[in-house]
Design a protein around this ligand. Structure first.
Ligand code: NAD
Length: 258
């Protein structure tokens, strides 16, 4: 019988967007702790600096990349720099995203719609476009894109956010089909309510605001960014080697009843 594959990133290269905060930072740290060389991309230089310090503290390998994921040449340049510095690309976590203000569709401005869709969905297209080029040359690679519970469930007041995240699930599944026979796996992850700066902004960071959204979680708490990171590492590893085209909920049971 063959050995059960393990989660080991020694000698591997991981690229993470939104790596300057929340889920992205936790995942960049987790990849580095598991032995990967990590390319950490974000538009926020200060946030990136903190992630670099966190990784440097345990002697991990990290390359900070200032990158705007809505801009094709910025994404292309960040990926070129990754390959120039580390030689290859094994795992990509396309995770940068923004929230929308809670507003019914007819009250939503065109600008907000365009921005949310650009940061959350167009970015995933751009990242995959240039990552797949590299992975095709290698004949291998694994991609995880961050969708959301809002990528499988309609939520009032969240039309642009839901549209962007349903789109992430769709683009991930199509890419998975198109490249399955080329050694490239593509999955989406659908986090529930995770305790990050995004959620702090969404709840107003008050006890009352937190309690209101924790009430949506059957497990009675928010998820931790590290709990998403763990799933991403598994999905990108050989242990997840037969998983592709999947939108995986990691949500404390939030969507179990639908
Ligand atoms: P966060 O706000 O803590 O981090 C998001 C990061 O993305 C920030 O560092 C920000 O600078 C970066 N970013 C924003 N626009 C960018 C751009 N144009 N180019 C490059 N980087 C950019 O949020 P988070 O909670 O860690 O969210 C990460 C992802 O998870 C998002 O896609 C979000 O929609 C998704 N998500 C979060 C939750 C949650 O409860 N926190 C739930 C479901 C899905």
């Amino acid at each position: 019988m063959a050995d059960i594959p393990t989660i080991d990133y020694n000698g591997k290269v991981a690229f993470v967007t939104g790596a300057g905060s929340g889920i992205g930072r936790a995942t960049a740290i987790a990849f580095a702790k598991a032995g990967a060389s990590v390319a950490a991309a974000d538009i926020n230089r200060q946030g990136l600096e903190q992630t670099v310090q966190d990784v440097a503290a345990f002697g991990g390998k990290i390359l900070p990349l200032e990158c705007d994921v809505t801009n094709g040449s910025s994404v292309k340049a960040a990926l070129e720099k990754t390959v120039e510095s580390f030689g290859r690309l094994d795992a990509a976590f396309n995770n940068a995203g923004i929230e929308q203000p809670a507003q019914p569709l007819a009250e939503l401005s065109e600008d907000v719609w365009d921005r949310v869709v650009a940061v959350n969905l167009k970015s995933v297209f751009l990242c995959m476009k240039y990552q797949i080029e590299i992975m095709l040359r290698q004949g291998s690679g694994a991609i995880v894109n961050t969708a959301s519970g809002a990528g499988i469930l309609a939520i009032r007041g969240q039309s642009s956010y839901c549209a962007s995240k349903f789109g992430v699930v769709a683009a991930s599944k199509v890419a998975a089909l198109e490249y399955a026979d080329k050694g490239i796996r593509v999955n989406a992850i659908c986090p529930g309510i995770i305790d990050t700066p995004m959620i702090a902004r969404y709840t107003g960071d008050t006890e009352e605001g937190r309690a209101r959204i924790i009430a949506q979680e059957p497990v009675g708490r928010m998820g931790r960014p590290e709990e998403i990171a763990g799933t991403v590492l598994w999905l990108c590893s050989e242990a997840g080697g037969f998983v592709t085209g999947h939108a995986m909920v990691v949500d404390g049971g939030q969507t179990a009843g639908i």
